[in-house]
Write a protein that binds this ligand. Structure first.
Ligand SMILES: [Zn+2]
Length: 129
């Protein structure tokens, strides 16, 4: 981004945080951040408004740039005969009162179970082998 784009966004930030950067500070910010595209800088500043209570330092801005660059967490899926990769296995259990068989889901013993909340019991907890 160029100095005009930078100043435009920084002025807005200064107003929002009621804090004016000194000329020297502003120069350092620009020198350290000019490698960012203006779109990227806007995206980062949006995050800053949501997360920072105070005027960010260069290091805060760089941190957010790094955070935004991280790829989305990919959900690991392993082949598993028990759960067919879903991480959940069904089991039936008789309800003592009504005498009906009900189907329940439990987390499989394989790694696919990581995609599910630990509040769901593991199959080994409900169906001891
Ligand atoms: Zn499994």
């Amino acid at each position: 981004m160029n100095i005009h784009e930078f100043n435009f966004i920084v002025n807005e930030m200064e107003k929002y945080y009621c804090k004016k950067l000194e000329d020297e500070q502003s120069k350092i910010y620009f020198k350290q951040l000019s490698f960012l595209s203006v779109e990227r800088f806007k995206q980062i500043v949006d995050e800053i408004y949501k997360n920072n209570k105070f005027m960010p330092k260069v290091a805060d801005i760089i941190d957010i740039d790094k955070k935004l660059s991280k790829p989305e967490m990919t959900i690991l899926k392993v082949d598993c005969k028990e759960c067919n990769g879903s991480g959940i296995v069904m089991y039936s259990q008789k309800d003592e009162e009504s005498d009906y068989m009900y189907e329940y889901g439990a987390r499989c013993a394989c790694r696919n179970n990581r995609n599910w909340s630990i509040e769901i019991p593991l199959i080994s907890q409900v169906m001891p082998i």
